[in-house]
Ligand binder design. Structure first.
Ligand SMILES: [Mn+2]
Length: 207
């Protein structure tokens, strides 16, 4: 039976001395979000991804924000990536690839995702400033890198043009949602198979 017939949902609790993160993700859902990371702008970005992916998420992160948001934002990437990976299981029947070209007012984001099992990141966005709200813009790369590693996915995230940092990064997060939505979609033609000549998408370590 294809995964679609079951509910593709997973819960992950990740605890270290720096952060405690609780994430629950449902892939075949409507995009309801309950996100609390202590960094409002980052919450706003994650809401965009999950709303546009039509994945539900409950995320509660408590981190050492008194230092800065680095550990919390990076560890959210690991935890959310791990939850989506767990919900996908063996990746049987999924479309695997997804891409999106997303305008956000004057800016344009190009996003492509391969749920190959192998992590890779290309992130190209020359920010004009160092912060958006109280969020350091250098932390977005940390988030995407951790997310790619934990999920086992190649992410190509490029802001093609734009004037405003808020718009540019928001286009990337929205595009990631649209690309993920397409990549996790079940293709009935694949039946019991994975879309790979290797016969396996479960990661660099094999089955
Ligand atoms: Mn916004």
């Amino acid at each position: 039976m294809l995964k679609e017939k079951q509910e593709r949902r997973a819960k992950v609790l990740r605890e270290t001395k720096e952060t405690t993160i609780d994430a629950e993700v449902t892939l075949d859902a409507v995009g309801d979000t309950q996100i609390e990371t202590g960094t409002p702008f980052f919450d706003h970005m994650l809401e965009q991804t999950f709303r546009h992916a039509l994945f539900d998420i409950k995320l509660k992160a408590k981190g050492d924000l008194a230092i800065d948001a680095h550990h919390t934002i990076e560890d959210c990437g690991y935890t959310i990536g791990q939850a989506i990976k767990k919900a996908l299981g063996e990746r049987v029947g999924i479309a695997r690839y997804g891409s999106a070209l997303i305008p956000m007012d004057e800016s344009l984001a190009q996003v492509a995702v391969d749920l190959s099992g192998r992590p890779a990141l290309h992130f190209q966005l020359p920010f004009a400033g160092e912060k958006i709200g109280n969020c350091d813009v250098c932390l977005f790369r940390e988030f995407f890198n951790a997310f790619s590693l934990a999920l086992g996915a190649a992410l190509h995230l490029t802001s093609l043009h734009g004037e405003n940092d808020h718009h540019r990064i928001e286009g990337i997060f929205k595009g990631l949602g649209h690309a993920l939505r397409a990549a996790v979609k079940i293709d009935e033609k694949l039946q019991q198979n994975v879309l790979s000549t290797k016969g396996c998408l479960s990661g660099i370590y094999g089955k």
